[in-house]
Design a protein around this ligand. Structure first.
Ligand code: BGC
Length: 383
């Protein structure tokens, strides 16, 4: 019974994907088809990894059950030409072997926790350390390297995926069993919305985000230094040489970090600024002017002048990590068979601030039993 149901879905999937590729099945505002699932690969322990394809409002998304990875996100340029604007790999082996978090869900904690240590309610915790002496993006085996349970849905004019992962008490050193649910929705307008939710059975810290590497001219097409960016933030969090925030909320005015007015990403990136030296470029958290909000509010716009493709980000979160792809070093071959070099993409990760568990003045990342962690980020596309 189960097998035959899957066979029917697979056949529908094949038909749908073929039609979409031929450009004859652009979803209109009338609502999309149910997402379709195919086998993407198999992990060394035999676990199967699936890829889900969904399309709505002119946006096409491919998502892996491994890490909730956005393997491909296609949007049209001003002449209607589609390109995949998200860096990734063509096969599961590359994701397992060497992905710098391409397209992945990040947890339990986006960005760094100093020395992988924090104290909560008088108990000291030691996390998995995987970035020098610090813990980065959840430790050695974070949510980006876990296989999530994924289900496709349609709801009104929306299509989407619900991804579940249960992180055991003590996993990577974090206290409490964390039940995480992430919903990816493509709306009738082609927006990609991410709703994050989590509960715990012991006090813990949580900071979930998404690590898409954007290049709006198309992955593998060269550098993003000509992309134009604005960020609604008058302050950012300067870091030390290990990229841990000093605790200061410094003004962006008069620094290379001032994106309050739109400027090219590369405009000031070679200034002899100590903060840029630490990051080998931009790798910093912006303190969003709006703070934490109940509803997603617009905080950043990224535009590629050559194609016209434009990304607008709205979030409920108080911070944005802008990472200019500094550690891409020409050693990885991406999904389109091109080498990725420094500055070939950038990440805009909505989040709470790095190292918040050790910074009492930063907004809290503590989650307690009985509470539900909820954040939302919306990506809107136009050309
Ligand atoms: C961090 C970078 C890190 C990168 C990993 C970013 O979120 O801020 O420091 O190298 O993720 O690819």
């Amino acid at each position: 019974m189960e097998t035959s149901r899957r066979t029917v879905i697979a056949a529908a999937a094949a038909a749908g994907v073929a039609a979409a590729t031929a450009g004859t099945a652009h979803a209109s505002g009338a609502g999309g088809r149910k997402p379709v699932k195919e086998l993407f690969g198999t992990l060394a322990d035999g676990t199967k990894v699936h890829r889900w394809s969904l399309e709505n409002g002119g946006t096409r998304l491919k998502v892996l059950s491994y890490g909730g990875v956005v393997q491909s996100l296609e949007i049209p340029d001003r002449r209607g030409r589609y390109r995949n604007v998200s860096l990734g790999f063509a096969n599961i082996e590359d994701y397992v072997a060497s992905s710098p978090y391409f397209g992945a869900l990040i947890g339990r904690y986006g960005n760094r926790i100093a020395k992988g240590r924090f104290t909560l309610d008088g108990t000291a915790y030691q996390l998995s350390v995987n970035d020098g002496e610090n813990s980065l993006h959840g430790g050695a085996k974070g949510f980006d390297k876990r296989v999530w349970d994924v289900e496709g849905f349609t709801s009104g004019s929306d299509v989407g995926l619900v991804l579940h992962y249960v992180s055991g008490d003590g996993e990577m050193g974090y206290p409490g069993t964390l039940r995480a649910t992430v919903t990816y929705t493509l709306t009738r307008d082609g927006d990609w919305r991410i709703d994050y939710a989590a509960t715990t059975d012991k006090a813990t810290v949580v900071n979930l985000t998404s690590h898409v590497y954007w290049n709006l001219a198309g992955e593998g097409s060269g550098s993003i230094y000509d992309h134009e960016l604005s960020i609604a933030a008058a302050r950012y969090t300067p870091v030390d040489s290990g990229l841990i925030p000093t605790g200061e909320l410094a003004k962006v005015a008069g620094t290379p970090f001032d994106f309050r007015r739109t400027k090219a990403v590369g405009e000031d990136i070679r200034e002899a600024d100590q903060q840029l030296l630490y990051g080998q470029g931009i790798d910093h958290n912006w303190v969003l002017d709006k703070g934490i909000t109940a509803r997603p509010e617009h905080i950043a716009t990224l535009r590629d002048p050559s194609s016209g493709r434009t990304l607008k980000i709205a979030t409920t979160e108080p911070g944005l990590q802008f990472y200019s792809g500094n550690f891409l070093d020409g050693t990885l071959v991406g999904s389109g068979d091109h080498i990725y070099r420094q500055g070939d993409a950038l990440c805009l990760e909505t989040q709470h601030f790095p190292d918040s568990p050790n910074q009492p003045s930063f907004p809290s990342t503590v989650l307690r039993p009985g509470e539900t962690y909820r954040t939302t980020t919306v990506h809107s596309f136009s050309a």
